[in-house]
Ligand binder design. Structure first.
Ligand code: NAP
Length: 357
């Protein structure tokens, strides 16, 4: 059986070169020759905290972009040579390796005009934003894009951490879904960009008057919140601006005891600790978002990637801005990417890794 080398965790906390066997697609699978993948906070938790790591060597990358190399007998709408992106869902192999075998349902074809190194930012965080809004928070799934006659379009929605790449996609989806009272909380240097993506108003989460500014922007307390950061401090801010009965969809894991997205200390949790819940005097719904489960929603399973993403791209849905690491060889690039993530040096961009030497 032919094999190939990839960069992964070869032991807890240790990067290295590992080998895998080149698989053959069966059924509805496609084999993608990967050109670009991404490294983000989740990969850092895998490397440094052994989060979601069940064995070694462990592969990184919840996004893949490349060229279809082979298709299984059940795949009729993709062919060898097509340019695609994919969202590897466990237990499927991940994306940061020269080949990845994926189910058709997590693959989207990409127009020739869109560079693969930009398109690779879509899968994980686009699906996360989509699932968070139209499943977890219960917003009605639009029947057309852009949506027309959105019911309750003015309901106040806060995207907390909209500078994050997941937050940028949430802002864009809300705009295309017709919502007109979307407050984006991000560092000041993202404000103009977030307005171009569709935020109705923008607020600096570092401002001493954050709560007052959100209320002014939203014209009252907010009903729905997406927390893209999920640390204690973000909940301390959200409690000041959410209405009783409101809902907070927070992107797991909650970085308990950590003051930063890198989550370098404290536990990584799938529930909000009682002491953090206790800072909410009002009754609110805490919704833990785990995108890996999105295919349990039959409405999204076969269309979120294959059909809706290409449609949105046609409508001008913007990929994240990128920090492309294509220097030196793949092991050095990967080391450098993790160091940037560890030091919280990534702001408003997705780290994209060139996979092939
Ligand atoms: N559970 C799931 O299914 C799921 C799916 C996707 C992502 N996630 C999780 O969601 C989190 C974000 O992921 P991502 O890929 O969107 O990250 P990302 O793009 O790497 O996020 C970086 C951004 O986070 C912002 N940020 C950091 N600390 C902040 C704070 N205290 N308040 C407000 N903004 C802050 C920074 O914004 P500024 O530049 O404005 O400072 C920075 O631009 C990660 O923990 C990830 O693991 C979970």
């Amino acid at each position: 059986m032919p094999t190939y080398d990839f960069i992964g965790a070869i032991a807890p906390g240790q990067l290295g070169v590992a080998q895998a066997t080149l698989p053959d697609p069966t059924g509805n699978q496609v084999l993608i020759q990967v050109q670009y993948s991404t490294l983000g906070p989740f990969d850092l938790y895998c490397l440094d905290r052994q989060f979601y790591v069940h064995s070694y060597p462990h592969t990184f990358g919840v996004n893949a972009a490349g060229i279809i190399d082979k298709v299984g007998p059940g795949v009729t709408d993709l062919k060898v040579g097509d340019r695609v992106v994919a969202l590897p869902l466990p237990p499927a192999p991940k994306g940061a390796q020269p080949y990845t075998l994926q189910d058709r349902s997590v693959v989207a074809k990409i127009p020739d005009s869109l560079p693969l190194e930009q398109a690779v930012t879509f899968p994980d965080n686009y699906v996360t934003a989509f699932y968070t809004l139209f499943n977890q928070l219960g917003l009605p799934l639009p029947t057309a894009w852009p949506a027309k006659d959105t019911i309750n379009a003015g309901r106040p929605i806060l995207i907390y951490g909209a500078g994050a790449t997941s937050g940028q996609y949430a802002v864009q989806l809300l705009k295309l879904a017709g919502y007109t009272n979307v407050v984006a909380a991000a560092s000041k240097h993202h404000h103009e960009y977030l307005k171009t993506l569709g935020a109705t108003s923008v607020v600096d989460y570092k401002s001493a008057t954050f709560a007052k500014e959100v209320e002014e922007a939203a014209k009252g307390k907010v009903e729905l919140v997406v927390d893209c950061i999920s640390i204690t401090h973000t909940f301390e801010l959200i409690t000041q601006v959410i209405r009783p009965g409101g809902s907070i969809a927070w992107l797991a894991p909650f970085k308990a005891g950590s003051g930063s997205l890198a989550g370098s200390d404290g536990e990584l949790l799938f529930e909000i600790p009682m002491e953090t819940q206790a800072i909410f005097p009002q009754a609110v719904n805490f919704i833990c978002v785990r995108t890996f489960h999105y295919q349990q929603d039959e409405r999204l399973k076969d269309v979120a990637m294959p059909t809706i993403l290409p449609k949105l791209i046609e409508l001008g849905f913007q990929p994240n801005r990128i920090l492309l690491l294509d220097h030196a060889e793949p092991l050095t690039r990967t080391r450098d990417a993790f160091e940037l993530l560890r030091q919280n040096k990534v702001s408003g961009e997705k780290i994209v890794i060139k996979i092939i030497a």
